[in-house]
Design a protein around this ligand. Sequence first.
Ligand code: GDP
Ligand code: MG
Length: 436
Amino acid sequence: NLSSKLEQAFKTLKGQGRITDINVAQTVKEIRKALIDADVNYKVAKTVTDSILKEAIGREVLIAVKPGELLTKIVYDHLTSLMGGEKTDISLKGDPAVVLIAGLQGSGKTTFSGKLASHIKKQNKNVLLVACDIYRPAAIDQLKVLGEQVGVEVYSEPENKDAVTIAKNAIAYAKANNKKVVIVDTAGRLAVDEQMMKEIAAVKQAIQPSETLFVVDSMTGQDAVNTAKTFNERLDFDGVVLTKLDGDTRGGAALSIKSEVNKPIKFVGNGEKMDALDAFYPDRMAQRILGMGDVLSLVERAQMVFDEEEAKRINQKLRKNQFDFNDFLSQLEQVKKMGDMKDLVSMIPGVGKALKDVDINEDAFKPIVAMIQSMTPQERANPDMINGSRRKRIAAGSGVQIQQVNNLMKHFEELRKMMKMMNNVKEGKMKMPNMK
Ligand code: GDP
Ligand code: MG
């Protein structure tokens, strides 16, 4: 499935220590395959990954963030904006405001109608549910049971076989009874058919809803896109409700529906109970589709902590081989700013490698900071001048063994060598081999 495929793709990236080892084109190809496997429409998957590739190429990478993690962030940002960026609310204009619910049979229309009624009622609005499913006698009862559960009145005409007049009568009833929001639940078929389309279009025409919502089962995969297209052509709906996200779907349908019909997804259904309704958050859905909350928060924390200017300054100094203990100390301060240091420490320019084998916790930093603080300003700026007698003085001043000072010097030296090497290789740029 998508999750494990992506995990695999990103694992490959994550394992790469060196920026130059990463073949981004290959990874992007894997991402495309994974999206398609998760029922994201081929065209959509291609568009997304093409733009990801474009954005990734030549992108300046902070040494602080591994390219694989940055790529994850790029993918995530793309998916998020593709799915609408911000969350979108439904429009409740008119007196009463009318909401029309459409979709295939079994998609979750009636369940959603109940949930929405409950949701709106909690905003202290007087709601009326309308049973316009005239084909299944049980449908009216189902809505009545839900209405009772959430404390919302249900309008129905069991003998009437014309959805349009039922809907019209319901609106008149709402006006006469001070209902502010009318939710019209309609009939669906197992597949799109012409009669159903005509009927729902006629209902829409007759009651002029301020919001028409298309309900779709997130488990239906590629079919979901086709159904959405057909309904949109006939109804020009305002938003999508994605149900059954409590199942094991990754929600690829969200991405392709949004891209193919360009209508916002407004709600998601997370269960059969009446409170299992959530607003749709594009960023959360992107995270779900990618299944990578961890990496993401890692990158975000790193970006929060590292200011780009500081990273540039450090890179400059590294290039000129001027990285000194002042820089080391400032980088160390950045490490301390972060929460989970074990995860993050390897991302820090300068400090990560030097502390690789140290048990990282607050206490581990104390002697290091103490040693650096026991250095004179000249010593910090010119680490090469720290000879034996100066080391002895630093050890005494910071209350550590001379061994520890020697270790620090050794690590620092290794670090400088390594940084110099890295900068010789690619000067802080992500290098993409085999790119057309
Ligand atoms: P309708 O034919 O479109 O009105 O669909 P229903 O509202 O009757 O729902 C069909 C089935 O899906 C019912 O068994 C519902 O309990 C179930 N269902 C609806 N929404 C959800 C959801 O978000 N999660 C889960 N797990 N089941 C749902
Ligand atoms: Mg129903």
